[in-house]
Design a protein around this ligand. Structure first.
Ligand code: HMG
Ligand code: MG
Length: 306
């Protein structure tokens, strides 16, 4: 299912069950992960990254993603996305019938080593093979490029390098690039300029913005990116998450914070902000996860029933 982009429609990729939970000290049981995904669907989420097929020693929080996939009811109206690091991860994702694959690479050589234990050019070689398999099987894919606005290891990142890697991935056959501000370092004017360049070059349906809210710039950066023409955003229920291999990386932009902004712009997401806040409150109560989202914290302070 893909949402046709009209001027006011915005596609929201919910990454909480993957990017959110991967960085929590609490490891959720499979049943609770499945329940989280079902609640997100009930709130209107149509694109959900449900887990990752990375090495369980590297990210134990995602170890049982195979089981999560197997327990999800197949649905025509929801895309279940699998994060895949390498060929072994691709085999595991295909074994459980994943049809929507999210690959990843970094614009920073050092972060790529820390995250994937290999250099950028080796990652690109493997991505070429994986994207060929995905295309031959008629599967849908997206590819994250991380550290697009700056890196804790290398400092400034040349956005030209981000564009080159993205163009290579599009040429290899991926359907969408997601620009990852992995450590939430992007500044609004930079984000506006770079997002415009990416949208103008790749087309609005082929690029997304993946914001982390480390410095409180998440909503502002989503706003300027929206003004620059971006119509696809990744976010995480409650604003939880982060990359364990990027020092200082805090939670993703909270889905409810993003939705509050989009509702105020009359941008249709099809997702209910109040229900997302209730899910975040449920995560706090049931799974003892601290919720950074200011929207949810405000609503909780006002009402006792969430
Ligand atoms: P490696 O140690 O280089 O793996 O790790 P290897 O290829 O050398 O293989 C070593 C052993 O691991 C072998 O087993 C493989 O079979 C096994 P042995 O023969 O010794 O028994 N192995 C695997 N087992 C299960 N699943 C696999 C797998 N691959 C190899 N997929 C690897 C390489 C990619 C696996 C490792 O570096 C890894 O798991 N990295 C993932 C790190 C991660 O999850 N990071 C967070 C997600 S990315 C992110 O958060 C950023 C994002 O949100 C965007 C943004 O914010 O910018 C997406
Ligand atoms: Mg991320």
């Amino acid at each position: 299912m893909s949402k046709e982009s009209t001027e006011s429609a915005v596609r929201v990729f919910e990454v909480g069950p993957r990017d959110g939970l991967q960085n929590e000290s609490e490891i959720l049981p499979v049943e609770q992960r499945v329940q989280l995904i079902e609640r997100l669907i009930a709130a209107g989420s149509k694109d959900i990254e449900v887990g990752s097929f990375v090495h369980p020693r590297w990210v134990p929080q995602m170890a049982a993603s195979d089981e999560v996939f197997q327990q999800l009811k197949p649905r025509d109206d929801v895309n279940y996305w699998a994060l895949v690091p390498n060929m072994r991860g691709l085999d595991r994702a295909l074994d459980v019938g994943a049809t929507h694959l999210a690959f990843f690479i970094s614009a920073s050589e050092t972060h790529n080593y820390k995250n994937l234990n290999r250099g950028i050019s080796e990652s690109l070689d493997e991505l070429r093979e994986m994207l060929t398999i995905a295309r031959d099987k008629g599967l849908t894919s997206r590819a994250y490029v991380s550290m697009v606005f700056g890196c804790p290891y290398e400092g400034d990142i040349d956005f030209g390098r981000v564009m080159d890697i993205s163009a290579t991935l599009i040429d290899m056959g991926t359907d969408m690039i997601s620009l990852g501000d992995t450590i939430g370092i992007g500044k609004p004017l930079q984000v506006r300029r770079d997002c415009k360049r990416a949208v103008d070059t790749f087309g609005v349906d082929h690029v997304a913005l993946h914001l982390h809210d480390t410095r409180g710039m998440g909503v502002t950066n989503a706003m300027v990116a929206y003004e620059a023409g971006m119509r696809c955003f990744d976010s995480s229920v409650g604003g939880i998450g982060g990359c364990p291999f990027a020092p200082g990386a805090a939670g993703n932009l909270g889905t409810e914070d993003l939705l509050y902004l989009m509702d105020s712009l009359d941008a249709d997401t099809g997702i209910d902000v109040a229900q997302i806040s209730k899910i975040a409150a449920w995560l706090e109560q049931e799974a003892h996860i601290t919720i950074p989202s200011r929207c949810t914290n405000y609503l909780q302070s006002q009402r006792n029933d969430i």
